[in-house]
Design a protein around this ligand. Sequence first.
Ligand SMILES: [Zn+2]
Length: 310
Amino acid sequence: MLPSPHAQHAAPRSPIRGPALPLGVAVTAIGMLFSIASAPVVTSAAPETMPEPVAVVQVPTVKVGATVAADPCAEPSVLAALSSGDDAGAIAGFGGGENFRAAVVAGNAPCISLSDPARLWVVVNKTLPLNPPEYEPAGLDAVPLQMTTRSGLVRSDVAAAVGQMADAAAAAGVGRIGANNGYRSYGLQVTTYDAHVRAQGQEDADAGSARPGFSEHQTGLALDVVACDAACGGLDGFGGTGQSDWVAANAWAYGFIVRYEEVGTPVTGYAPEPWHLRYVGVDLAAAYHAGGYHTLEEFFGLPAAPDYAP
Ligand SMILES: [Zn+2]
């Protein structure tokens, strides 16, 4: 299932106040021309009543050779960023999120490991466990949202981003966003998964809970959000709320993707989880959104991973 870029899909329905939107990511490595529909200026969230935009502006074509190194992993700026843990700087050295993605898919990024759990681009799925299995992220911080469990830590960069996202959602009038779970250690995942197996049996547990060592929550880059109106709801109640609709449309601008969408189930092996957000940073999330991707596996050209190895 190959995604195809659609300019209409890529165009935000309403402008996001917050981080600068890197429109440059809409320019693909093959120099394709994109037409970005000009978004009408609105401040209230009522996209379903808005007419389809008719005016378009042309984004200039950027010649790949003019902006992207032939061998990005030989670029001193890329190597320096990687060695200092500056993931955004490394992505910038590739020429932005879409160029980074394209280089990884093309096999032109040997310095980029999709299995490094400390990187924004790590992919964790049923065939790609954490390495090492008991990996613990550094720099955990409190999620700056109302929590409904005691698992209220994420990486500090993720904490800052989700706080900005929740503030923007509240400012847009869709209500408060809280969180249910952030970082879960290997040991806590043992407990969580075992509880699911006891309650549902292994097959159903595997559709909704990762086995220990296979959970994005262990990276500190994932969290589960809930809608908090008079009180905070649960995970199963999140889909269909105003908060959920807003998150699906706008979380990318704050660096998050909805990791388990319904259309992605054959690829991920997980039932839809509109509440499970994975932080990949603004550059990659914008490229993901602009390209119309629905799974991280497709984004990075990886095989589908619906099942654990036998
Ligand atoms: Zn989750």
